[in-house]
Design a protein around this ligand. Structure first.
Ligand code: GLA
Length: 392
């Protein structure tokens, strides 16, 4: 489904200074740590329906992922049907009863998410919310929806036609604010996820239009180079993230088959260090034990979900070797030693690199092994792999 999406309507040289004053998240108190859950798009695209969503919710529980912290079951594009005579949106025949589906998901101790667009059409060409924002927010709340991904798509056409960057930007901001206010008016806590592929530096204005998270890039795919391109391009964005408002480098591909286990561990580790939303994008009903273990690793999830809510950032880079660090509550630091090259590499972390004086306790997170107090840590990091340490 490649309709109407991802055409940058402005040059990359969008001027700085788009930060808008004031504003608050659509629903305060939600997304105090990066949202965790599952989304239908990466694996199922348009082949998503009621039975599949129920099965994913059930598998979220039986696989142990719910207990590992995953909560949201998010339906992406292609659920939308026609509007009725009063303009009320109806799901298409793949989703006979959205309220009953929400009840099922809630009965599993999970939350349900949905998808729409501020434009007339969604990216896959289905009905968007343009002109029906208040109505749609009310419908979502009545169904029991807990999360909305609001995907720019066809509004981009309107913005391109607006004649100029400032006008385009104003159209976008107004559209996102409209849905923020519509969601707030329902009184239901609904996570508000902005999806506009990172154009116009959304990290600068996402919080002020109510975003609990905002996509920072175009779509991910299930290939190592694309995951690396997206993940490592987040350098410099850490200062924009915090409790209630997160940078979103897109959903996880872990378990979808296009990368090996070493590469998926790199993907998961980087997203955790980025305090990124952890939205699994695989088929939970058929995943291997290895995939479940990667997605549910306690130490890695604890880094992502750390209460301090600080996003990690690059500490240093030497060609394909990168060191990233994320401050944790209690004064510890999570560190990733990434080897993006095609051969194993020797990597070193000096305690001083993360501000420690003398030797400091280090813990290998994936191996779940205390390494003792060290001044210098050295490891051979596998090709495309990572060593994650908890330092201090
Ligand atoms: C865009 C988004 C994707 C997905 C599709 C659905 O490409 O970026 O995450 O939601 O639309 O059509």
């Amino acid at each position: 489904m490649q309709i109407n999406r991802h055409r940058p309507w402005a040059s990359a040289a969008v001027a700085a200074g788009l930060m808008l004053a004031g504003g608050a998240q659509a629903a305060s108190g939600v997304a105090m740590t990066p949202p965790m859950g599952w989304n239908s798009w990466n694996h199922f695209e348009a082949k998503i329906d009621d039975a599949t969503v129920r099965a994913q919710a059930d598998a979220m529980v039986s696989s142990g992922l719910r207990d590992a912290g995953y909560r949201y079951i998010n339906i992406d594009d292609t659920w939308e049907g026609e509007r009725d005579a009063q303009g009320v949106i109806r799901p298409n025949k793949k989703f006979p009863d959205m309220k009953a589906l929400a009840d099922h998901v809630h009965s599993r101790g999970l939350k349900l998410g949905i998808y729409s667009s501020p434009g007339a059409k969604t990216c896959a060409g289905f009905e968007g919310s343009l002109g029906h924002e208040v109505q749609d927010a009310k419908t979502y709340a009545a169904w029991g929806i807990d999360y909305l991904k609001y995907d720019l798509c066809s509004l981009g056409d309107t913005m391109r036609a607006a004649g100029g960057l400032e006008k385009a930007q104003a159209i976008e901001v107004a559209a996102y604010e409209k849905m923020r206010d519509a969601l707030a008016a329902t009184g239901r806590p609904i996570v508000y996820s902005l999806c506009q592929y990172g154009f116009y530096q959304p990290w600068r204005w996402g919080p002020s239009v109510g975003g609990n998270l905002w996509r920072t890039t175009g779509d991910i795919n299930d290939k190592f180079p694309r995951m690396v391109q997206i993940g490592f391009s987040q350098a410099g964005l850490s200062k924009y993230a915090g409790p209630g408002h997160w940078n979103d480098p897109d959903m996880l591909e872990v378990g979808n088959g296009g990368m090996n286990a070493v590469e998926y561990r790199t993907h998961m580790s980087l997203w955790a260090l980025l305090a990124a939303p952890l939205l699994a994008g695989n088929d939970l009903t058929t995943m291997t034990a290895e995939t479940a273990a990667i997605l549910s690793n306690k130490g890695v999830i604890a880094i992502d979900q750390d209460a301090l809510g600080k996003q990690g950032d690059r500490v240093r880079q030497e060609g394909p070797l990168e060191v990233w660090a994320k401050p944790l509550s209690g004064g510890a630091v999570a560190v990733g030693l990434f080897n993006l090259s095609d051969l194993p590499a020797n990597m070193t972390l000096n305690a001083a690199d993360v501000g420690a004086k003398g030797s400091v306790a280090m813990h290998d997170v994936w191996a779940d092994k205390a390494l003792g107090k060290l001044k210098v840590f050295k490891a051979v990091v596998p090709a495309h792999g990572v060593v994650v340490l908890r330092v201090g």
